[in-house]
Structures are given as structure tokens and as C-alpha cells.
Design a binder for this molecule. Structure first.
Ligand code: SF4
Ligand code: SF4
Ligand code: SF4
Ligand code: FES
Length: 1010
């Protein structure tokens, strides 16, 4: 047996080329000719052929880790591990020689020495347990080696999952997933230990470790050693029994096993597993949090969420982050809104739907009649579905008679969209997450990707760790991606546009611009080149505060990269020059020819689960669905005809303008859905004042948010798990979500409520299912022409634009850019200083953004007890230098005051921030950071300049404990290694390859605990 048949850490996430390509070949397996691909792993060819070979540690998404030895087969007379042996055409394989069968069985017997088969009373007995299924496949009757428990206690210290060393078969899948897929590098197995087990941070409790609770390890565990706590005692019929009773039953079964064998015992457990199917519902859904768009099956028993099981999602396959994997308890929160509420004086009373809808319809119609259609504003939600966004803009335009319709992409994404409209023509990511993974270089600007888009970040971390991808990060904070970067630099706040433009100039000046690409595909090159005159490296270095050498190094690396992607987010867009910086990014990509090829392009990372779709489906003042301008006469006529009404032509208000219009007395009513605008818009006091001036205000949400305090009517909506529809992720990927639960109480899906409101206002809508709405949208918007629910069934997806025949476009620009002549444009820019800078009084720059574990204003995640336990409080990060100036320590209370408001919070001293720059998470449901942010906006799009906020801090005389409790992963110390490092197992004195030596010695384990 050759241990080096393949490096165990050389694993892949990509799918191998299918048979039939030029590498295809035939191999002989058990006398059958089997299609294979030269160079693929033998196990994959065997699995496709339908021939069964045990393979406990192999997982298609992890590749060969070679720890279990159950996949031994005979190749040319030699025993090899099928999972790690590469196919060569013509090879002869026998899976069932006496030696191979004995080796497989021997390997499995060793597994049973580490694992008790108590399947009937196990919460993992759901038909998909690898250890159970392998016992059945091998027809294991009796166990050769006695079970030996390990001398360690169960670890229950994480809020979401537990580890049971006594059931752990040491396959290392979890280690591989944590080290090389999630790349959190928390898990390891110290193979040299007398009694190896899985270790967190080399020996910490899970709760005290760097574990981010992403759940990858649990997802890939082939047995019940790692389990979601939400499964324990809930999945099986007998699993809730008290421990003593359970172990009594297990002991009885073990006592009869020598006599009757495992066969009947496994059959019994399979019957029990089949019974579970009747009460456990598995529903495919799409994550409700960020724009990565992870899909998974959610397992429910009544309203109890058993677990989230990823595996087939186009954007994420086995990956999740803590929010998608564990962040769902809010759906059963006691304070969910379950009945409509109507204001009475200073309080609210419950009302029937009929009464509430009648009031909403009547008042909106009265205001429309009295003050005109433009006196009402409609705000759609980036948490709602595409179909709901479509209906909301149709309500505003076709029923309300106004283009006053917007969504919260105004708060983050509009500048990125604008930058792409100016240069390449479509306002979406130019490729897929897989392009980012395969790029030779990734540059991240103003994005805390590991916390804001965690699963997408794993692809970059993995590519950098295993495949040599270069990573350049420009950010104010030294967050995880910055720590991992090959080059990290901190430009002065709001100056990214300058160094990006200087890089473009450097490319031209040094012959590094891609002349051929520019001449074939790009207009306005000379004009743009002239505009770059001021952007020398010296100028950029001075304005941005970044050494020239650093900028030059970045330029050279970027120019040298065979393919490059740039990722950016709110650190770029939420500035007065957010659109210009986004444009500068796209300009640089054009100059260096980084469009139109796999592994290249522009990736503005969309924040909310459906912030892309909310705009795509028309909830914007100037656009119909699919970004057709209201001013486009052909499109305008098409919608008038399609909807059978006269439509408004005049310019609508965006949500920033709506707030101003309320203050100016022009906007009298608003209908706001799925958005806590008070917390999410900048300058919360100003927004709250506007709300209190409205004549009539309708808020539709799942919870009584801070915005609801100002409402006249509050309508209870259903969250994503309680409805059907589609979301569009950051890759322009449309994905279906299916209803997992009935709406709670009297809450209703938003599409039904919007339809009810429309009908109360006089429409005659009769949509019976979101599919009807998508059908109508596809019939009117060319961008979605080929979208049907059938084409999106299950885990199928489509990336827009989608032709009538269903052809979609994973890579956005292949044959042309989205301009009439098919050419992109270089867009000249002028440098304008940030609109707010520190001064003597407001001497600290306040940055703000997301946290991994909480989302947006926190209305959902603060209602998840496990997340709340990990991160219960708001805080402000200050640098050691600022802490020393202000005599601050972690836990100290401070008053933070800006020109717009103030709040009180606790300090975390950390070198993630530097100098006089502070950082505050935006997820604070009670006193949001937007009490401090101001009214200045991006010059082109009105996106608030949240990131241009200056404050002063006053140290208060009280100090509490660290606002981040010991349970928080930020206190941990990861233990990076190449993967499971199985070679170290093979070097143990007591290890022998199965089949190589009859005198094999099993790795010793401890004695069973009482
Ligand atoms: S970070 Fe934690 S939950 Fe995620 S794979 Fe690693 S150990 Fe598991
Ligand atoms: S806990 Fe890890 S090593 Fe143990 S059985 Fe599960 S995946 Fe394998
Ligand atoms: S929050 Fe984002 S990264 Fe996390 S599971 Fe949901 S979609 Fe995926
Ligand atoms: S499946 Fe091949 S060694 Fe485990």
C-alpha cells in the first residue's frame, strides 16, 4: 500500500469534468467497463457506476482524507484506497477480492471500536447516517473489536451543537471542513495523543474556542458525534427518554447482539427511521440573511426547527454560516406580530384584518385624492421575495399612480450599481462565486467579507490557502480578511477612489494596460486617460496616507495577475463619493482587461438576502423591473398595456428624498414593508421626526420594530419560512424558497397583504400564488423572459438575464457589454474630498458595519437565544492608542456624540481598529448607530454617507465586564494546519494499513465512563 498515492490535503470543491470529455476513458471494475475520467479519483468512477464500495471518510465536497481505510479495493493486484487513487485509462479494479473485502471489514471493525450502534434511539437515525448505512452495506453481523469509549466528557459548551467523543470515529471530515472549506482553522486531531479526539483550538472547550458556529463540521460528520442541539431528543421517537432508560435499552440490545447479530437490530432501527419520515418535514429554502444566497433543506417537526441541512445549493453546497445554520429561532419568538394593530392615541389595539385593511385602503385613497398620488411613498423590502417587490412597485405605479417607490438598496448598493451602469451597463456582479474562487488574485475594498458574506469569504480563504490565490485588502479595519491578506493597507477614510485611479494611471504609464482589450471592447479610453492626469502615485500616497511602495506593489501584483476580481461593499458605497469609487473599481478592471473571462470581474457584494432582487424587480423610482427606464417609451407602453392602466411618467422619490419630502410637508403618507427604516436609514432622529409628521403611516413587519412606534397601522407579515417565492443573490442567481411552516397566528405573507391593500384601493388583483406573479413579471420584463417556477424547481437556479428559452448567464459579459454598441466605457472622474472629516471637536472617525453573528438592525438575530448568548451587547471598538488617550479599558462605558445625536455604549479595545478610528456594529436594536450618522449622501444616488461620521467620546466612570462574553469566538486562538494530516495517524506505532498485516493493532481508546 502506497501512502502517497495522493496528497491527503489536495482536496477540491469543484466538480470534475464529466465523462465524455476529451479526458474520458474506460476502466474495468469487477469485469464491467466503466466510464471514467483520466485523473479523477477512482471512488468517483465507482460511485457513478452503481457498484457499492464502503467509504466512510470520503465526502464529495471534501475529497480524499484517507482516515478510515474502508474503501480498500484491488487495483492490479495491489490494495489501494479508492478515494485517493487516480484513474488511469484501462486500469483493472476489483472491489470484492477476499483481501479487499477483508480490509474493508477490518477498517469498519475499527470504526465500531469507537462508536456504539444504538441507532433506534439515536437522533441521527434518519436514513442518511453514513456509519449506519455502511454497517448495513457490509452486512456486519458481529463486532470484532469491543467498543472502547474515550476518556473525555461530552462537550455541550456551544449554544448550538455538541461533540460526543464516545461516538467519534476519528474520520476527520469535520477537521477537513473546518480547516479547508470554512477555513476557520479551529479543529484538529492530535494523532500523537494516546486517545485522539477532535480538538477545538488544540484543546479548548467549544464555547471557549475560535469556533464561529458555521456548522460545516456537523454537516459533514458521518454519524452522531457532532449534532445540532435542536435535534437532540426531538428527531427520534425514543430519543427523548431519560439517559438511564436510554442506556438501559442500549445495554439490552448489546446483550442480545452476540446471539442475534446486528441484522435484525439494524432492521428495527430502519423501521423507526422510516416512521420519522411521517413527522419530519424537509423543505428547501434560501437563507433569509445575507446576499450570498445559501440554500438548504430545513428540517421541521411541527414548528420546531430540527436542523438546517445544506448540500446542494448552487452558491454554497455544504457551506453555511451561523445565521443560516442556526439563526432561525426568531420565527417562534413570543413577540412575533400575529394580529394587525391600529393606533389609538399613544397606544395600539389589536384589530381584525378586515378593519385594518379597510382603514389602510380608505386612508391611502383619501390622501391620494386630496394631496395627489405623489403625496404617498411606498418602500419595499430587501428581505421580501422578488414577487413581493414586483407587487409593491406595481401597487405604487398602477394603483397608487406614483413612482415614489424604493427599497433599501438605496442604503448600500445603489452606488455600486451606478458605477457599473456607467462603465459596463448592468448593475450586477459580473460573474459567480465560483469565478471569485478561481481568480488568481482577489482584491477586497471596504468589505468585511468574512463577517458580512461569510460563505463567500470561505471560497477566497480556501483559494488562498490551498491554491495560491493572491489576496489584497484595503480597509480601515484589520478584520479577518485583512489579517489573511498578502497585502493589507489602510487608506484614509473616503479616499479609495484616489488610489484606485492612481493604479489605473500606473497601468497606462507603465505599459501594463491591456491595449488589445481596450481597443476591442472599451470606448472613451483617451478621454479617460486624460482625466487620470492628477492621479499620480505621489498624489495617491499623500491623499490616502498609504506608502508609495505599497501602492506600487499593489499595482504590480494586480497587473501581473492572470485573472483578477474586485469585491467591494459598504466601506466603498456609503460615502459621498460612493458611486465614483465604484466607478473607479470598474475602470481599473477594464484597464487591466479583467472582464469577459472566468475568474475576473466586478463583485459588489449585496448585503441582504434579496437586495439584488428588490431592485431587479422594479422597486426603484426610475426603473421598471429589469432596469428598464420609466423614461423608455417602449417599456412604458408595454407596462401600461400589460397592467391595463395609465401609469405616472413623472420622476419618483427615492427613500432619502421621501424623508426630505415629509419634512417639507409634501409627502403625507407612507407604506413601509419589511424594513426598520428608523434604524436602517441614517440620522435616525431625523427619520423619526419625519415619521411623526406623516398623516398616515403603515408598517408591515414580523416584529414591532422601532419604526412601528410611529405607525398608524401595523400589519403582521410572515417571514421567509412561512411563504413561497424567489430570492436573487449577489450572483444574480434566482432561487426558489418553499413554504416550510404555516404563517404564525394571523400573520400573512407580504404578497397577500400587498394584494389586499391594492384591492382595497380599488384594484382587482387575483394572484393565487407567487408563481402567478413571476409569470406576469417574466412576460413583461425581457431580463426575466425565461424565468418559470418549473425551471427553478428544487435546487435549480437561473442567473439573469434569462432568455425566453431559459438560457441564463453565469458570466455576465461574454460577447458584449450592455451598451448599444456592445462596448464598455471608461468613465472619467474627478476627486472630491469626503464630506465629513475629523476636526478639533469631533476628533474620532466612526466607522460602522456588520458582525458575523448578528444581522442588520438585529431584529431577527437578537431573538435567537444562542446568538444572543454569544453577543448580547452593542459596543464600540477603539484602538489601543485612542484607549490610552482617553484612559479607556475594555468594558468602560462611554458617551459617543456626533453632530446628529448621541448614545452610550461600552468599549472594546482592539487593534482591529487603529489610531483615531472607532468602529461600531450596526446591529443594535435599541440604540442604533444611526442615531449618530448624518444626512450627507452619495452625490449620484443619495445613498447615505454612513461611513463619513465623526464623533467625540466622553469616558464615563463606570466599567463593566467585556461586552463580548467568553463564549464569543473572537477570544479564541485558531490552530491552522493543512487539513486532517492523516500522515501523522499513519506514523503511529499502533497503526497498520488494513490488509497489510494480520497482527494489526487498533488505536487504543479509554475505558467506558459510568
Ligand atoms: S468553525 Fe466551528 S462550527 Fe465551523 S467547522 Fe469549525 S468547529 Fe465547526
Ligand atoms: S466528530 Fe469529526 S472526526 Fe468525529 S466522527 Fe464526526 S466528523 Fe468524524
Ligand atoms: S447569512 Fe449569508 S453566508 Fe450565512 S448562511 Fe445565510 S446566505 Fe449564507
Ligand atoms: S473513504 Fe477512503 S480512506 Fe476513508
Amino acid at each position: 500500500m502506497d501512502h502517497t498515492s495522493d496528497a491527503p490535503h489536495a482536496t477540491r470543491l469543484a466538480t470534475l469534468p464529466a465523462a465524455g470529455t476529451q479526458n474520458s476513458c474506460k476502466i474495468d471494475v469487477n469485469g464491467f467497463q466503466v466510464d471514467a475520467v483520466d485523473g479523477e479519483y477512482l471512488i468517483e468512477a465507482i460511485n457513478r457506476s452503481g457498484i457499492q464500495v464502503p467509504q466512510v471518510c470520503y465526502h464529495t465536497r471534501l475529497g480524499p482524507i484517507q482516515t478510515c481505510d474502508t474503501c480498500m479495493v484491488d487495483v492490479g493486484g495491489k490494495l489501494v484506497r479508492a478515494c485517493a487513487t487516480k484513474v488511469t485509462g484501462g486500469m483493472t479494479v476489483v472491489t470484492e477480492t477476499v483481501a479487499a473485502t477483508a480490509a474493508q471489514r477490518e477498517a469498519y471493525d475499527r470504526i465500531l471500536a469507537n462508536h456504539v450502534l444504538y441507532c433506534t434511539v439515536c437522533d441521527n437515525n434518519n436514513g442518511n447516517c453514513t456509519v449506519h448505512n455502511t454497517a448495513a452495506m457490509l452486512r456486519v453481523d458481529h463486532q470484532t473489536y469491543p467498543y472502547r469509549p474515550k476518556p473525555y466528557e461530552k462537550d455541550m459548551s456551544n449554544p448550538f451543537y455538541r461533540y460526543d467523543p464516545d461516538q467519534c470515529i476519528l474520520c476527520g471530515r469535520c477537521v477537513e471542513a473546518c480547516q479547508n472549506v470554512q477555513v476557520n482553522e479551529t479543529l484538529s486531531i492530535r494523532w500523537e495523543d494516546e486517545h485522539p479526539r477532535v480538538l477545538w483550538d488544540g484543546g479548548e472547550t467549544i464555547g471557549g474556542s475560535s469556533c464561529v458556529s458555521c456548522g460545516h463540521c456537523i454537516t459533514v460528520c458521518p454519524c452522531n458525534a457532532l449534532m445540532e442541539k435542536s435535534m437532540l431528543g426531538h428527531a427520534g421517537f425514543f430519543t427523548k427518554l431519560p439517559n438511564d432508560t436510554l442506556w438501559g435499552m442500549i445495554d439490552i440490545v448489546k446483550a442480545v447482539e452476540p446471539e442475534i447479530g446486528y441484522g435484525p437490530i439494524l432492521q428495527l432501527s430502519e423501521t423507526e427511521a422510516a416512521m420519522r419520515l411521517a413527522r419530519v418535514k424537509k423543505t428547501k429554502t434560501v437563507c433569509t440573511y445575507c446576499g450570498v444566497g445559501c440554500s438548504f433543506d430545513i428540517w421541521t417537526k411541527d414548528r420546531h426547527i430540527l436542523k438546517v441541512e445544506p448540500g446542494e445549493g448552487a452558491a454554497n453546497n455544504i457551506s453555511t454560516c451561523v445565521k443560516g445554520k442556526f439563526g432561525w429561532d426568531y420565527i417562534n419568538a413570543e413577540d412575533r406580530l400575529t394580529k394587525p394593530l391600529i393606533r389609538e392615541g399613544e397606544s395600539f389595539r389589536e384589530a381584525s384584518w378586515d378593519e385594518a385593511l379597510e382603514l389602510v385602503g380608505r386612508r391611502l385613497n383619501e390622501i391620494k385624492a386630496q394631496d395627489g398620488p405623489d403625496a404617498i411613498g411606498y418602500i419595499s423590502s430587501s428581505k421580501c421575495t422578488n414577487e413581493e417587490s414586483y407587487l409593491m412597485q406595481k401597487l405604487a405605479r398602477a394603483v397608487g399612480g406614483t413612482n415614489n417607490i424604493d427599497n433599501c438598496s438605496r442604503y448600500c448598493q445603489s452606488p455600486a450599481t451606478q458605477g457599473l451602469f456607467r462603465t459596463v451597463g448592468y448593475g450586477g456582479d459580473s460573474g459567480s462565486i465560483s469565478d471569485i474562487a478561481q481568480a488568481k488574485l482577489v482584491m477586497i475594498v471596504g468589505s468585511n467579507t468574512a463577517e458580512a458574506h461569510p460563505v463567500l469569504a470561505t471560497r477566497v480563504k480556501r483559494a488562498q490557502k490551498l491554491h495560491g490565490q493572491k489576496l489584497i485588502v484595503a480597509d480601515l479595519r484589520q478584520h479577518e480578511m485583512a489579517r489573511r491578506a498578502d497585502i493589507f493597507f489602510r487608506p484614509n477614510p473616503g479616499t479609495d477612489m484616489v488610489w484606485l485611479s492612481a493604479l489605473s494611471r500606473y497601468m497606462f504609464d507603465n505599459g501594463l494596460a491591456k491595449a488589445e482589450f481596450l481597443s476591442q471592447w472599451v470606448n472613451d479610453v483617451d478621454k479617460y486617460r486624460e482625466s487620470l492626469a492628477p492621479f499620480t502615485m505621489e498624489f495617491a500616497s499623500r491623499v490616502c496616507g498609504v506608502p508609495m511602495e505599497t501602492l506600487t506593489r499593489v499595482a504590480k501584483e494586480f497587473a501581473a495577475a492572470e485573472s483578477a476580481c474586485i469585491l467591494w461593499a459598504m466601506g466603498v458605497t456609503q460615502h459621498c463619493g460612493g458611486s465614483d469609487t465604484s466607478t473607479a473599481i470598474s475602470n481599473l478592471l477594464l484597464v487591466t482587461g479583467n472582464y469577459m473571462r472566468p475568474g475576473t470581474g466586478a463583485y459588489p457584494l449585496r448585503g441582504h438576502n434579496n437586495v439584488q432582487g428588490a431592485s431587479d424587480f422594479g422597486s426603484m423610482p426610475a426603473y421598471f423591473p429589469g432596469y428598464e427606464k420609466i423614461a423608455d417609451e417602449e417599456a412604458f407602453a408595454r407596462y401600461e398595456q400589460g397592467w391595463g392602466v395609465k401609469l405616472p411618467k413623472n420622476k419618483g422619490l427615492d427613500n432619502h428624498e421621501m424623508v426630505e419630502a415629509v419634512h417639507a410637508g409634501k409627502l403625507k403618507a407612507m407604506y413601509l414593508i419589511g424594513e426598520d427604516m428608523y434604524s436602517a436609514d441614517s440620522n435616525a432622529n431625523y427619520v423619526g421626526d419625519a415619521f411623526s409628521k406623516l398623516d398616515f403611516f403603515v408598517v408591515e413587519d414580523c416584529f414591532f420594530t422601532l419604526s412601528c412606534r410611529y405607525a398608524d397601522v401595523v400589519l403582521p407579515a410572515s417571514p421567509s419560512l412561512e411563504k413561497d417565492g424567489t430570492f436573487t443573490n449577489t450572483e444574480r442567481r434566482i432561487q426558489r424558497l418553499y413554504q416550510a411552516l404555516e404563517p404564525l397566528g394571523e400573520s400573512r405573507p407580504d404578497w397577500q397583504i400587498i394584494q389586499d391593500v391594492a384591492n382595497r384601493m380599488g384594484a382587482k388583483w387575483a394572484y393565487s400564488h407567487p408563481a402567478d406573479i413571476m409569470h406576469e413579471s417574466a412576460s413583461l420584463a425581457p431580463m426575466f423572459a425565461g424565468v418559470t417556477y418549473d425551471r427553478l424547481a428544487g435546487y435549480e437556479t437561473l442567473q439573469w438575464p434569462i432568455a425566453v428559452d431559459g438560457t441564463d448567464q453565469p458570466l455576465l459579459y461574454t460577447e458584449r457589454f450592455n451598451f448599444p454598441d456592445g462596448k464598455a466605457k471608461l468613465y472619467p472622474l474627478e476627486w472630491i474630498e469626503p464630506c465629513e472629516k475629523v476636526d478639533d471637536e469631533f476628533n474620532v472617525h466612526l466607522n460602522n458595519g456588520r458582525l458575523l453573528e448578528h444581522f442588520h438592525e438585529g431584529n431577527m438575530t437578537y431573538r435567537v437565544p444562542g446568538i444572543h448568548a454569544e453577543t448580547p451587547h452593542g459596543f464600540v471598538e477603539v484602538s489601543p492608542a485612542l484607549a490610552s488617550d482617553l484612559q479607556l479599558v475594555t468594558g468602560q462605558w462611554v458617551d459617543v456624540t456626533s453632530r446628529n445625536g448621541e448614545l452610550r455604549t461600552q468599549v472594546v479595545v482592539t487593534d482591529r481598529v487603529h489610531d483615531k478610528q472607532a468602529y461600531m456594529p450596526l446591529n443594535r436594536p435599541m440604540d442604533p448607530v444611526n442615531l449618530l450618522t448624518g444626512n450627507k449622501t452619495d452625490r449620484a444616488t443619495h445613498t447615505p454617507a454612513y461611513k463619513e461620521t465623526t464623533v467625540k467620546m466622553k469616558t464615563l466612570p463606570w466599567k463593566g465586564p467585556d461586552p463580548l462574553p467568553p463564549l464569543n469566538f473572537r477570544h479564541g486562538h485558531p490552530t491552522p494546519q493543512r487539513g486532517v494530516e492523516v500522515e501523522r495517524k499513519w506514523q503511529r506505532a499502533d497503526y497498520r494499513v488494513p490488509g497489510s498485516d494480520n497482527g494489526l493493532v487498533q488505536i487504543q481508546t479509554g475505558q467506558r465512563k459510568g
